[in-house]
Design a protein around this ligand. Sequence first.
Ligand code: DLL
Length: 433
Amino acid sequence: MIWNEKIECISRLEMRTLQGEKLKELVNHVYKNVTFYRNRMDEMGVKPADIQSIDDIVKLPFTYKTDLRDHYPFGLFAVPMKEIVRVHASSGTTGKPTTVGYTIKDIENWREVLARCLAMAGISSDDIMQVSYGYGLFTGGLGVHYGAETVGCSVIPISGGNTRRQLQLMADFGSTVLACTPSYALHLAGALAENGYSLADMKLKIGIFGAEPWTENMRLELEKKWGIKAFDIYGLSEIMGPGVANDCEYHAGLHVHEDHFYPEIVDPITKKPLNIGEEGELVFTTLTKEGIPLLRYNTRDLSTLNYEKCSCGRTSVRMKKITGRSDDMLIIRGVNLFPSQIEHVLLEMGETSAHYMLYVDKVNNLDTLELQVELDEAKMVDTIRDLQNLSKKIEHALNSALGLSVKVTLVEPKTIARSEGKAVRVIDKRKLA
Ligand code: DLL
C-alpha cells in the first residue's frame, strides 16, 4: 500500500523542484533564527539569496554531532521554547547528550513519514502493533507509536525490556506487528520456549526493525525464526528519529522520505560529495523541520544512493542498508573491519546462534581479535572434538572473508549479555587500557 502516492511516486524532476523550494525556505529560516548557521554562512560568504535550487545545497555548511553538543541543550533550536512541544535526546554514551526539539508541525510530519514507512511494510488498521522500542528520551518508542496510530493500528506501548511480559502480551493480545531492534527480536525469539510459548501461540506477521546496523542475513534469520516479513526502518534523533527511510517488500534499499530529508553521500575523509553509487558517509538536510532544522548533518552512517525507480512503483531515492558507521570501523592490524561482517559470516554458515561478542585487544603491540559465539541450542555439539572442529571451521571462514585471524571461542547458549535496545557487540580493550 502506498500511503502518499502523490509524493512517493512523484517524478524525479518534480521532486527536485520541490526540494529546491523547501531548501530556500529552510535557509531563510535558519539564517534568520539560528546564530550558529548565520555565523557559519557569513564565514563562508554565502547568503540565503545564493540558494536558488537544490543544486545549491553544496554551498551550505556541514553540521556535525559536536556542533549539537557545543550548543547543548537548546542552542540550535530555531524557534522560541514556547513553540516546542516535545524534546528528545540521544543517550550520550560519550559526553553530553544531543537534544532535539519538535514543533507541532514537526510532530505532524513525523507521523506522516512514519505512516509511509508502516504502510510500505503492509501495516494497516487491521494490525495490532507491539512497540518494544524504548519510550522516553529515545525517539524509537514514541516515534513509531504516533505513526502506528496514524495508520490506525491498535498500539501496545509496552516499551523495551521484560522479555517474559513481552511474550505474554504478544500471545494474549495477538500482536501482528513487532517493532524493536533486530537484536532484541532475536533475543525474544530465543526466549519463546523457556517461557512456555511456541510460534503457534503467536499471530506475528511483520517486524519493523531498526535503530542499529544489521545484515540482510540477519533479516532472513529473523523472518525464519518468527515466520514473519521483516522490514528495516532507519532514522536518527538529530534528523527526526525513526522514519527517515525504510524498505519496501523488494528489500532493495531503503526509500528515503526525501521531501523531508535530503540525502547526500560524502567522502569520509575529504567530506567532498561523491558520485551516485559511490559509498560514503550519509548526510541529511532536514527540508521541513522547524524546531531544530539541520543543514547537511553528517550521520557517519555508510551507504550509497540509488535513484532508479523501484519495482514497488515508488520513485524515491533508496539508500543501501546500513551495515556500519565510519566511527564503528575497527582497524585491526591495518585491516578495516565492521562488526556486521562477522554477523554476515556467522549467519551464512548457520551452525551457531547469531549472538556474538567481539573482544579486541593489543598483545605485544599486536592487535588481537577474539570472537565469542553462542552455540545454537537446536544444534548442540556433543564432543570436545566436535567443538574444536566447529571453532576451527568458523576461524577459517572468518579468515577467508575478513583477511584476519580471529580466535573463536564457542560458549553455552544464553551466556552472552543481551540488550533490550541497541546491541553492544564489540569490546575494544585497546581503548580501555
Ligand atoms: O536509533 C532512531 C530509530 C529508532 C531508528 C527506532 C529506527 C528505529 P539514534 O538513537 O539517534 O536514533 O541512533 C541513530 O542508529 O545514525 C545509525 O547509526 C543507527 N541506526 C538507526 N536505524 C538503523 C538501521 C535511532 N535501520 C543511529 N540500520 C544511526 C542501521 C541504524 N543503523
